[in-house]
Design a binder for this molecule. Structure first.
Ligand code: ADP
Length: 444
């Protein structure tokens, strides 16, 4: 097992990685920007090193500086968490060149899955179902022809996109003409790559994803599925495991597809295959994330598997069990954000007090404390609250109880919106899709 890990991340996921490392007796070094000075991860880690000013380009994305710290502090591996450098193939390559272990798959796999057009091609080759779509498109005329063939509505996406940024739903040739340049420009501005492609747009799908783990002995296991259809701006807000109202044979089909894809990639580590699922349970591969997901705890709660600890173990060469874990009960996660709950826009500020209620079956993954300044530089995620119960309703009610009794002052949060969603008829029935929150917000 590794002796010392450098955590190239911040916030709740840095705390989560520190906790997992402790269970394996791995020492921890965390890097931080001046905006994150004295935050919880910097105190929980064995060592904390400041690497620069608040903007990520000058701190959390400074690959060479991070590597230098890892080498100077005697680390033998680097955990990138999610976001930031976690899906940066160049960084994974540099880590390897410096004889350190990247806690994640190989740079080759990261690159192959990070380009969504290339990922679609790879998946098509191994027989994974896809939505009709194009290769990279350079010219508007080509896009128009493609959209005509596929049929409107279509969605324009950045090949290197992520975080729900830079997508546009297009209903007609006129809209395509109107949006073409701005989508390309946004792709260039956000992801340094103007390449975009066209995909059939499904009006009311569910977003269901499969967590996989792969070992270096050629074995890949589907650990469980999560329903992540409660989204705003194409980004998840509430997730649950198992997915409600999903026939067992469809679940099996999803697991088989994910295991087949993971095995043929020779995938090592934790990864997620995202699918869109339509009303008739047709399944379509959306993308693969080659890192730990924000919502991984719901899978941990129902399976009892520590996925972050598994990431370390798999990177150290461990073999997976031969059978999938058994899923018990129900888990629901709510993401508490520092944002206006009507506009869903970030609302940084200073937290005066935060007091978490103590409720059995509730797990809180957080980095916030009374007196913390939430700055505008990073994702405004404050905490993930995960409820586990024997039944879905037990988990749902416990989550509502925790959110309602949470004392948090000094800062705007989306708490009330989360409670409203969890109490809504649609959520209660478990019959919702990715359009739910957009519609819900219209009358909220
Ligand atoms: P990102 O990598 O930016 O998160 P994804 O491709 O994973 O982008 O898509 C994010 C969300 O956008 C999906 O969960 C879904 O709600 C919506 N979406 C993406 N592609 C489509 C599509 N072809 N049809 C309908 N919704 C889509």
């Amino acid at each position: 097992m590794f002796k010392k890990v450098l955590i190239a991340n911040r916030g709740e996921i840095a705390c989560r990685i520190i906790k997992a490392a402790k269970t394996l007796d791995i020492k921890t070094v965390v890097v931080y920007s001046t905006a994150d000075e004295n935050t919880l991860p910097t105190r929980l880690a064995d060592e904390a090193i400041c690497i620069g000013p608040p903007p990520v380009a000058q701190s959390y994305l400074q690959m060479d500086k991070i590597l230098e710290v890892a080498l100077q502090t005697g680390c033998d591996c680097i955990h990138p968490g999610y976001g930031l450098l976690s899906e940066n193939a160049k960084f994974a390559e540099k880590v390897r060149e410096n004889n350190l272990v990247f806690i994640g798959p190989s740079p080759e796999i990261i690159a192959a899955m990070g380009d969504k057009v290339a990922a679609r091609k790879t998946m098509a080759e191994i027989g994974i179902p896809l939505l009709p779509g194009s290769d990279e498109i350079e010219h508007l005329e080509e896009a128009k022809k493609m959209a005509e063939n596929i049929g409107f509505p279509v969605i324009l996406k950045a090949a290197s996109g992520g975080g729900g940024i830079g997508m546009a739903i297009i209903n007609s040739q006129a809209e395509l003409e109107q949006m073409w340049s701005s989508v390309r420009q946004r792709a260039q501005a956000y992801f340094g790559n103007p390449v975009i492609y066209v995909e059939k747009y499904l009006p009311n799908p569910r977003h269901i994803e499969v967590q996989i783990l792969g070992d270096e002995h050629g074995h890949c296991l589907a650990i469980g599925e999560r329903d992540c259809s409660i989204q705003r701006r194409h980004q998840k807000v509430i997730e649950e495991a198992p997915a409600p109202n999903l026939p067992q044979e469809v679940r099996e089909q999803l697991f088989d597809l994910a295991e087949r894809a993971g095995t043929s990639l020779g995938y090592v580590g934790a990864g997620t295959f995202e699918f869109l699922v339509d009303e008739n349970y047709n399944l379509y591969f959306l993308e693969m994330n080659t890192r730990i997901q924000v919502e991984h705890p719901v899978t941990e709660e129902v399976t009892g598997w520590n996925l972050v600890a598994w990431q370390f173990q798999l990177a150290a060469g461990a073999a997976l069990p031969t059978t999938r874990p058994i899923s018990k009960g129900w888990a629901i996660e709510a993401r508490l954000y520092a944002e206006d709950d009507k506009t869903c826009l970030p609302a940084p500020g200073k937290i005066e007090t935060v007091i978490w209620p103590e409720i059995p079956g509730i797990r809180i993954e957080t980095w916030i404390e009374s007196g913390l300044k939430v700055t505008p530089y990073y994702d405004p995620l404050l905490a993930k609250i995960i409820a586990h119960g024997e039944t879905r309703d037990e988990a749902r009610l416990k989550l509502i109880q925790t959110l309602t009794n949470l004392e948090i002052t000094g800062i705007k949060t989306n708490r009330n919106l989360l409670v409203a969603i969890l109490t809504s008829q649609s959520f209660q029935s478990g019959k919702y899709n990715t359009q739910f929150l957009t519609e819900f917000l219209k009358s909220y």
